[in-house]
Design a protein around this ligand. Structure first.
Ligand code: APR
Length: 248
């Protein structure tokens, strides 16, 4: 692994056009469980029953009680780990241009990255189903479930539920970034949920080198990734950034 980290760092240190695609695994070391695999949320609850927009519209209280309430507790407490900090440092060094994340926890921005495409929205805000006014999640009281806006409308997380569209501007910017980057860092995603999973494929087709960081294999591992660094995101990113700093 050390050798792979050194090689990946050498490529990164030479580039100024790097984009990162991150998934739930990047936040595991911040205490946020992933969706799939060991300890995954979807092993405990069925996403079609609790994370589909139709389920929310049919019974918002049920979805708030089983899924959103717990998410709020976990996300409110989470802080960036060495993987988020490493990506922020790569931006500071002029190497990383953008983070495309499937996560809704806001940890990349908290760590200091300034251009973050939140493919699946952001849990930091709740939106009123009636008047569309947004309220910060940490300000919401859970005394009443589902929580309500001042106008009386039900609040929903400003995230993309299953059955909803990814905002068109996110799709376009991500696609453009994939076509233009020299290196794509793919960190902590199972790469099975479309359209996000297509982003590294588009990057590879346009000639980018793909550095994948994940303790497990993914559909990208065999054919798309040039470097497969099997390890935890925080640990690996810390080691990569130290190497890059030596090389600059
Ligand atoms: N460091 C790096 N990767 C890790 C770590 C870690 N410490 N721990 C787990 N992983 C990896 C797992 O091996 C897995 O490949 O992170 C990945 C997490 O996969 P998912 O839970 O499927 O997360 P993600 O790819 O982000 O899911 C995509 O699915 O249900 C939806 O909307 C949800 O945005 C999410 C989307």
């Amino acid at each position: 692994m050390d050798n792979l980290i050194k090689k990946a760092a050498k490529e990164l240190a030479k580039s100024k056009r790097v984009v990162a695609l991150t998934g739930a695994g990047v936040s595991v070391e911040s205490g946020i469980p992933p969706f799939r695999g060991k300890g995954g949320l979807w092993e405990k609850i069925d996403p079609m029953e609790f994370a589909h927009i139709d389920s929310f519209m049919r019974d918002p209280a049920k979805v708030w009680n089983i899924l959103i309430r717990e998410m709020k507790d976990i996300v409110d407490r989470a802080r960036p780990n060495d993987a988020h900090k490493g990506l922020a440092r790569l931006e500071e060094l002029g190497i990383l241009n953008m983070v495309i994340t499937q996560n809704v926890d806001g940890l990349h921005q908290m760590a200091g990255n300034t251009d973050v495409i939140e493919f699946h929205g952001n849990f930091a805000w709740q939106k009123c189903l009636d008047c569309s006014k947004k309220t910060e999640t940490f300000k919401i009281s859970l005394d009443e479930i589902p929580p309500k806006c001042a106008c009386g409308g039900i609040l929903r997380p400003d995230c993309v539920f299953f059955g909803e569209m990814i905002p068109a501007e996110h799709l376009l910017r991500s696609r453009k970034a994939a076509y233009e980057c020299e290196i794509m860092l793919v960190i902590g995603t199972s790469a099975v949920v479309q359209p996000a999973a297509y982003i590294p494929v588009a990057a590879k087709e346009s000639g980018a080198r793909i550095i994948e960081i994940n303790p497990e294999s993914t559909p990208l591992t065999g054919s798309i990734s040039d470097y497969i660094i099997k390890g935890n995101a925080g640990e690996v990113m810390k080691a990569i950034v130290s190497e890059v700093e030596i090389l600059l």
